[in-house]
Design a protein around this ligand. Structure first.
Ligand code: HPA
Length: 269
């Protein structure tokens, strides 16, 4: 908590407005930054206690700015559990954004699609998740002043924000899927048998992020909206080789649609 407060103080001194919305940009979705009126860009490595990103394609800066007239805090680059960070490090940006006053979070990610109606390049609005990480950021002593010991997860992803997303997608004529995101550690992609198991379990897409961030956001009373770009398919009988480059490429192709959707949603949230 002390570290979170120190980082919060450092960043608050650079903040002009009071953003209520935080955005975490996942794989290849940095395009959102081009539609942002940047007020202040602070590289992660200059922020006290902030972890530093190691993955190709993740730049690593916290940005204060305005998008479609709305003040936002953007985390350009996230910390994955597979990089070796602890759950506390992975979710540190959420804690800090909460300290700065956000009450809504938008998270994006790249994911492999298991639902047979999905295609590469589709956008999936996250309706719910299945947590298959072997640990949980809320393990350990709980500070009851911050959030509850036993966290209700009956509405991990805000129904209200989802509804707004569907309405905006319709208005913009952007085709969106919706489904259940399965969160795994990676860094291996799945075997055909694993994709099949996740589909049988009720998953529509699988990825290596988002779930820890959503858990901590909910613990701190933040409403969450998540969206995945389907970058490859793990559909029975159609599993093909997948590489990080292909994932980034597919995410970049679908990126502009996703950015347009978030842009449209912001003033309505
Ligand atoms: N599996 C897990 N994570 C991913 C995938 C996948 O197929 N695609 C993009 N991120």
């Amino acid at each position: 908590m002390k570290k979170i407060e120190e980082t919060g103080h450092f960043l608050a001194s650079k903040m002009k407005n009071k953003p209520q919305i935080g955005i975490i940009l996942g794989s290849g979705l940095g395009g959102l930054v081009q539609h942002l009126d940047v007020e202040e860009e602070i590289p992660y490595h200059t922020i006290p206690h902030f972890p530093v990103s190691t993955v190709k394609g993740h730049l690593g800066a916290l940005i204060f700015g305005k998008m479609n007239g709305v003040d936002v805090i953007v985390c350009n680059g996230r910390f994955h559990f597979y990089e070796g960070y602890t759950m506390q490090e992975v979710t540190f940006p959420i804690q800090v954004m909460k300290q700065l006053g956000i009450n809504k979070l938008i998270v994006s990610n790249a994911a492999g699609g298991m639902n047979p109606t999905f295609k590469v390049g589709d956008i999936m609005l996250i309706r719910d998740h299945i947590n298959l990480f072997p640990t949980n950021p809320l393990l350990g002593p709980n500070d009851d002043t911050v959030g509850p010991r036993f966290l209700d997860m009956s509405e991990a992803y805000s129904k209200k924000m989802l509804k707004i997303a569907f309405e905006c997608a319709k208005k913009l004529d952007i085709h969106v899927q919706n489904g259940v995101y399965v969160g795994v550690t990676g860094p291996c992609f799945e075997t055909p048998a694993e994709y099949r198991m996740f589909a049988i379990m009720g998953g529509d897409a699988v990825g290596m992020s988002t779930v820890p961030e959503t858990i901590v956001a909910r613990h701190r009373g933040i409403e969450v909206f998540g969206l995945s770009v389907i970058t490859d398919l793990g559909i029975v009988g159609q599993v093909e080789k997948v590489s990080h480059e292909e994932v980034l490429q597919a995410a970049n192709v679908a990126g502009p649609k996703m950015v347009q959707l978030v842009y449209e949603m912001l003033p309505k949230l």
